[in-house]
Ligand binder design. Sequence first.
Ligand code: AGP
Length: 608
Amino acid sequence: MCGIVGYIGKEQASKIILDGLAKLEYRGYDSAGMAIYDGEKINITKSVGRLKVLDELTHGGETMPGTVGIGHTRWATHGVPNDVNSHPHFNTAETITVVHNGIIENYIPLKNKLIKKGYKFISETDTEVIAQLLDYYYKGNPMEAITKVLHRVEGSYAFGIMFAEFPDRIFAVRKGSPLIVGKSETGAFIASDVPAILKYTRNVYFVDEQEVACLKEDEIRFYTVDEEEIEKEPVHIDWDANAAEKGGYEHFMLKEMYEQPKTVRDTLSPRIKGHEINIEELNMTDEELRGIKKIHIVACGSAYHTGVTGKYVIEGLARVPVEVDVASEFRYRNPVLEEGAMVIVISQSGETADTLAALRESRERGFKVLGIVNVVGSSIAREADNVMYTWAGPEISVATTKAYSAQLIALYLLAIKMAEVKGKVTGEEVGNMIEDLRKLPDQIELLLNNKERIQRFANRYIGAKDIFFIGRGIDFSISLEGSLKLKEISYVHSEAYAAGELKHGTISLIEEGTLVAAVSTQKELYQKTISNMVEVKSRGAFLLAVTNEGNYDIEKAADYIIYIPETNKFFTNSLAIIPLQLFAYYVAVGKGCDVDKPRNLAKSVTVE
Ligand code: AGP
């Protein structure tokens, strides 16, 4: 989604903005631009294409002098990606400029009204309406104009705004789209996400819904939409600044895959005390946990896939029924939430619009929501009743890997805890599971070290048109993620199927040489999956199998086998997903795809 960076201070703004926007490239975008006040007027340079085009146009920012500015990377929603539709946008007099992340839902009626009043529009965007509406309300007081606009617009937004008549300040506003502001010795910043300004400051303020921040070189003030001042404390971000750098790896995705052992350890260790699981953040007594009659897990994309695994693990261990929903469906299907139900939303970014809406819907209906979230201070983290953080650190690659692995750990811990308080497992069983969880980081590392073998195999499938992933039970949920990883970064069409369902239609797509990746880690389903493998093999498929060490008779059915180390049957996803991530990565690299920033995708999907 769009990225916003702004700066006001002593330094050259354009350089800081370009640098910050580069840190937000992972969010996905198709054009970039910036507006800088040069001492007399505001100048805008913007262009469709990668940030390097803007960098070249401005000679690395040199041609845009000034110490106040706002910049933007645009992910097109209203209007095709082109120079005119790129942000920032001006009012006609070029005295007010705006960058925007989100969607203005009522921009058409607003635009029509402004046209009737004589305003002319040059772009197809909803954002230009904001610049013109600000112009309409501006009578010499920027704050008054901004709050009037906020009372009129509907939708989700984060704005960065500058007025040529007030070059000593920039404004930041948000509702439903992420925005932070920060302060350093030399100035003040606005940004869509922490990595953009981490190099300059670690003291950030999370702008709340419908708050207006007014930034000057040496102070930041916050106001409500009714212009009442609000006191706010900064949050100290202790992320390692290098965490948002590639650190010698070719891609963020590879680096993040390699960070998985640490991520798993970091998510696990604070919640394990000796032989006990202690999830303080749940804020629930054992009695309350015992009272949970049903769990609803709601999420999108890969986070939804961890939810599917969570269903198998929680139901398997704690015997509590779990329903898993894609957030965009949950929010509109009027789900039946009964007394005793608990809602869990899962999100890396903590900003996914549909997941956030599902959270709000559940809370409005009186249900407590637990957020499993990676980004500290994100909207979901702030709005959920309780938050279980996944300690994965900043994840930059659009394709999630380490946050996915951390989400699995959070769900395992929750499942074991619930099973324990419900008396479904003995103390000894809990101890054994903890032992198995503790072994996961080293086992993941072992699988990562096998990357050359997977790379060689992946190279054979660079030209593949279709690849299928099959599995049963937990293995099906692993297949869902293996398939998504492949298609999102390598653009190879792929489908994941419950292995037993294949013969009800999809098997007709299997041709001579079609690659079918079969995941088979569940002992009780092993023979069943082998039968499904044989079914596709006899129709010409080439079989890749991911299975447990010791399952050597799989060689009868599979053409290529990846063995994963021994672990508890409920935790196999954490291991089996590693070769599938590597496979997707190397197919994408082999095809020369932009691995970290796949086409059409955004890291955090802040629009519906
Ligand atoms: C996965 O690789 C994705 N790019 C995507 O499916 C992602 O998991 C989804 O958009 C949810 O994001 P969130 O975890 O930030 O809510």
